[in-house]
Design a protein around this ligand. Sequence first.
Ligand code: NAD
Length: 539
Amino acid sequence: MSISIPSIPRPVNEPVRSYLPGSAERASIQREVAIQAAEVVEIPCVIDGVDVYTGRTVAVTMPSAHGHLLAHVHLAGPAEVERAVRASEQAREEWANLPWEARVGVFLKAADLLAGPWRDRVNAATMLGQAKTVHQAEIDAACELIDFLKFNCSFYRDILAEQPPEHSAGTWNRLEHRPLDGFVFAVSPFNFTSIAGNLACAPALAGNTVVWKPATTSALACWQLIRLLRAAGLPDGVVNVVWGHGPDVGDPVLARPELGGIHFTGSTGVFQGMWRTVGANIANYRQYPRIVGETGGKDFIVAHPSADPAALAVAIVRGGYEYQGQKCSAASRVYIPDNLWPEVRDRVRAMLGEIKQGDVRDLGNFVSAVIDERAFRRHQQYLELAHLDEVVAGGHAHGEVGWYIEPTFVRVGDPKCKLMAEEIFGPIVSAYVYPEAEWLHTLRLVDQTSPYALTGAVFARDRYAIQQATQALRGAAGNFYVNDKPTGAVVGQQPFGGGRASGTNDKAGAPHNLLRWISPRTIKETFVPPTDWRYGFLG
Ligand code: NAD
């Protein structure tokens, strides 16, 4: 029972540490990386606060040195999945009835722990397990997750204050912002520790309990997050973690009548499969499950003949290759007018020539390996396609030590070819060079080539051209950038999410998303109810 309406510390975006050579923060992260690299961790399922070691394990290795074992992850079977659902249901009432500010306290504390003593631990695990450079780990596992936690607490308080503006004479209207009437199934991808944490924490903040299935390839970092949430005081049973092959966990969870919602980030195909399963089970649920999914992308940069070639080339390199192109927002198809092509090509080629690729433990590397052998083999097939066109830079794969795909820049002849239309999710960027007179036609091509609509960017100095692109591509991206790369959305500044085949566009880290985990109850109270059934017009 709340007896006050406390304010919340005003959230500000977490400053990004620079890890400059010679700095204390650089020495500290390198120490932590060395400690974690020397261990092999046993990672259990966590059900009702209990670590469950099932003995059925998969190995987690370093993508940038795949002979290097990091962890054994203990997989859930049907019994553990059942226990996790039961634990979530049992914890629901007590967690939902906790005063909202007590729940907020857990997540604000988690944010401060992550900003302080846990920062290196979570960053180092993200570097080793997901092959992120120190900068990519810092902006993901530390800064973005801290921002998600802090901003969501503030948004949540604002939502609670939302009340009906009118009360007729003699009545009083209120809204209760209840959690959903069933547990939330959070399913997270390998590529962002911040997203993984947010998928579990956002519904929990709003009073829901959660069954969380992270990707096993992100297990090292997610295990640190689970321990961090415990340290922040998250009660047992509120977030229950089960590891496993997707359908082994997903199918039994989605069959449960108590399912209240799905909070998913991952590929389009998996999301569509889960939605189909929900559809097939729809008559069995206690309620209509809320379905929130952020999925694939085929993110574009379209340049007008007036664009600055130097800025465009840097956007291609940073937007296309950072984290090996494994960001859902990564620039993957580029449209360049023929007047700019020679300069842009040469600049991109020169930059890729300077970029170092290798083990994340060497902080001089700008890019590292792709996540696993499956991704590596898939990218090799795209490289074969690239060689049928014109490879401007890169083009080779090296799998002996780690899963390395060279940052590859391709010029394609057909603007609708696979390289321009399919999500690759690796360091392969394709460029189509269009005749500079065909700007408006090119905007239609951008809009119609791929089923996705996640991020996109226009580069132009001509203001009319910027306006034309902004309008013509209104449906082509949920996050649209003008003279900037299409990656790097910041919580509280550029709410993130896409439409079409890219997701339900519920904008992670924004009030739009939190509202999906709330089922409002309207309460109308009449102070002096009528005692005569007759209306005046009856005479
Ligand atoms: P993925 O779809 O292979 O896996 C995502 C999660 O779903 C994993 O935990 C996986 O085990 C689980 N899963 C698979 N089948 C399942 C099933 N039947 N039931 C329940 N869970 C199941 O994706 P990934 O390779 O981990 O991540 C890359 C994908 O994620 C890319 O397509 C990328 O665009 C997308 N992504 C999108 C965003 C966004 O905000 N739009 C952000 C990050 C990643």
